[in-house]
Design a protein around this ligand. Structure first.
Ligand code: SAM
Length: 214
């Protein structure tokens, strides 16, 4: 996976490549899909969600430019695989997932693997997580209609945020770079496709099947 899918496609950060060699991705994939864990694609993880393609995990993490000293806020824990990669490369990771079943499973697995610098919370990550703000880095792993205002407010100076922004079907991978004075610029790193970021400052959840109209 690392040689053919990452090194061959511009993932160059040696600490990141080493972390992606170390973290056992197959443990984060449900048993039925374990044989596909190292394929060049996302895989289902339940609750109609996915563990992202290894290349996307590598590309987003590389764009965060982690040195090992940062506190990172991740929105969209999912399986917890990306959370583990962040925990290998940063000082502390706070991760928010809106599906209780996914957050509980990820928390259990990450604890069992011995990570002590991760906190997982269940809730709407579009509001960020004010108790530990500001964050040196923010990573959003679901597609947003726009950059949620609370996440901009909770980004440190200097700080970096990586977030897919666009329609429900396709997004652009944005990097928001904030300088020490608070000035901000945004880079567009090309097209990507993520499951929707659902919440007060994201897409609004569809009504449950059978809910009365109006
Ligand atoms: N990075 C994850 C991994 O390694 O498995 C995959 C993340 S998956 C592509 C996106 C996740 O974002 C889903 O688990 C979804 O439930 C979650 N999500 C969507 N909207 C959210 C929100 N407002 N707050 C927290 N999590 C959210």
């Amino acid at each position: 996976m690392v040689r053919e899918q990452l090194e061959a496609r511009d993932i160059r950060d040696p600490r990141l490549l080493e972390a992606m060699r170390r973290v056992p991705r197959h443990l984060f994939v449900p048993e039925a899909y374990r044989d596909h864990a190292y394929q060049d694609s996302p895989q289902p993880i339940g609750n109609q969600q996915t563990i992202s393609q290894p290349l996307m995990v590598g590309a987003m993490t590389q764009l965060l430019c982690l040195t090992g000293e940062e506190t990172v806020l991740e929105i969209g824990t999912g399986s917890g695989y990306q959370t583990a990669i962040l925990a290998e490369l940063a000082k502390r990771v706070i991760s928010i997932e809106r599906h209780d079943a996914l957050s509980q499973r990820a928390r259990g697995l990450l604890e069992w693997l011995g990570y002590r610098n991760i906190e997982i919370h269940c809730g709407d990550g579009t509001a960020g997580y004010p108790p530990d703000a500001p964050y040196d880095r923010i990573l959003v792993t679901a597609g947003a209609p726009q950059i949620p205002e609370p996440l901009l407010e909770q980004l440190a100076r200097p700080g970096r945020m990586v977030i897919p922004v666009g329609s429900m079907e396709m997004q652009s991978l944005y990097v928001v770079i904030r300088d020490e004075q608070g000035g901000m610029r945004t880079e567009d790193h090309g097209p990507c496709v993520f499951v929707p970021l659902i919440g007060v400052f994201g897409w609004h959840a569809p009504p449950p099947p059978g809910a009365p109209a109006g």
